[in-house]
Ligand binder design. Structure first.
Ligand code: FAD
Length: 350
């Protein structure tokens, strides 16, 4: 392929990894990002600059080969998720939660030391300055006689030789206009491609003391019957930062932040004790309210539906427009590993 600038839409993990891989090949890229921050579904928040809470992607495991390889290459360390002690499972509100222990030989999940954003920051640091443009929401892509015109809502019209979208496919076809239209089978598949975690609600609670560990609890809670459906210890291993982090039932999107915090604390107080009420910081994110991640679906779809669909492997507009992003990966679609695999696949076209 001719040497040219590749325009990448989206500065999430896929877009930044692709820019990083292209730079290693000596190919220039420009990343257009709608948001005022980079990272996309990686959204690490910092409490008093001492610890981090993940409102987006958190865990990886030994099957995520490309991600672990990239972390190693960028000199980023990771640590096994803490699960030692008594865990709880609520199956009914009429009974006490069941207690169980997670066996030590369970395949481990890892968290990136310092927060998942370390990976995003390291990728950004390896790119040329000025190659990421924030607050540039792409709203139209026109293809005419070997050139692509990208239009952004800030009024920019950019003439591009090659363009890669890393938007979740449903978001792409719901929010970007195409001229000429994309093939109908691609559009209908994209409309039915689930954006992994797009409907999730996350919360984090920060404490001065790890009271749950002091009681011999792991911090792991599962529930089939309450607002907090899944929760884990989110402390650092160096005894400087203590936190719990979990996921809420999707129905909690109808509540206010104050109501959500109240429901979380009431439920966890019953399980872990009164100290739950002493949190110094509360964080939350309702992902379906993020216009750069979630767009409503035209019909009911299942989790991971059409993730990794082969239709995304075919370039469009005479091999000048490519649809990438985590949901297009053939392996581990929807996950960080998928975002990196999709970037590797797309980089082979250049
Ligand atoms: C709550 C939550 C928990 C998760 N947990 C895990 C986990 O534990 N482990 C794991 O492996 N994965 C997890 N994931 C999934 C993981 O975050 C994603 O697979 C990965 O980050 C996707 O990267 P991406 O670059 O493909 O897409 P995205 O991160 O969605 O990036 C797309 C980018 O495009 C930008 N954009 C959108 N519209 C436009 C536009 N019109 N113009 C320009 N830019 C635009 C967005 O702002 C965004 O920056 C989680 C996700 C969420 C939301």
């Amino acid at each position: 392929m001719k040497q040219t600038t590749v325009h990448i839409i989206g500065a999430g993990l896929c877009g930044l990894t692709l820019a990083y891989l292209l730079k290693k090949k000596g190919i220039k890229s420009v990343v257009l990002e709608a948001n005022n921050r980079i990272g996309g579904r990686i959204d690490t928040r910092y409490a008093d600059k001492v610890g981090s809470i993940e409102m987006g992607a958190t865990w990886c495991n030994d099957t995520h080969h490309q991600l672990l390889h990239l972390l190693q290459e960028l000199n980023i360390s990771y640590t096994k998720q803490y699960t030692t002690g008594v865990s709880f499972f609520e199956t009914s509100n009429a009974n006490e939660p069941q207690r169980f222990s997670i066996p030590d030989n369970e395949a481990p999940s890892y968290r990136i030391d310092g927060g998942t954003f370390q990976l995003i920051a390291a990728l950004e640091n390896n790119l040329d300055s000025g190659s990421i443009q924030l607050n540039e929401k792409v709203c139209q892509i026109k293809y005419d006689q070997s050139k692509i015109i990208i239009e952004t809502t800030s009024g920019k019209q950019i003439e591009a030789g090659y363009v890669v979208s890393t938007l979740p496919p449903n978001l792409l076809v719901s929010t970007v206009q195409f001229e000429p239209d994309l093939p109908i089978d691609l559009t209908t598949t994209a409309q039915k491609t689930h954006t992994w975690m797009g409907e999730s609600i996350k919360f984090g609670l920060v404490y001065e003391h790890p009271f749950w560990k002091e009681k011999g609890y792991s911090g792991t809670v599962f529930s089939h019957v309450n607002w907090v459906q899944e929760m884990y210890d989110h402390s650092t291993n160096d005894s400087t930062f203590y936190a719990l982090k979990g996921f809420l039932n999707g129905g909690a999107s109808t509540l206010t932040p104050e109501e959500r915090r109240q429901k979380i604390e009431d439920q966890l107080q019953r399980i872990l004790g009164d100290e739950v009420k002493n949190a110094t910081h509360y964080f939350e994110k309702v992902w379906r309210e993020d216009p750069y991640t979630f767009a409503p679906y035209a019909s009911l779809i299942m989790a991971h539906q059409n993730n990794g669909h082969p239709i995304y492997t075919t370039p469009l507009f005479d091999n000048r427009f490519f649809i990438s992003g985590s949901e297009t990966a053939r392996e581990h679609p929807g996950y960080m590993e998928g975002a990196i695999q999709a970037a590797h696949f797309c980089s082979t076209f250049f």
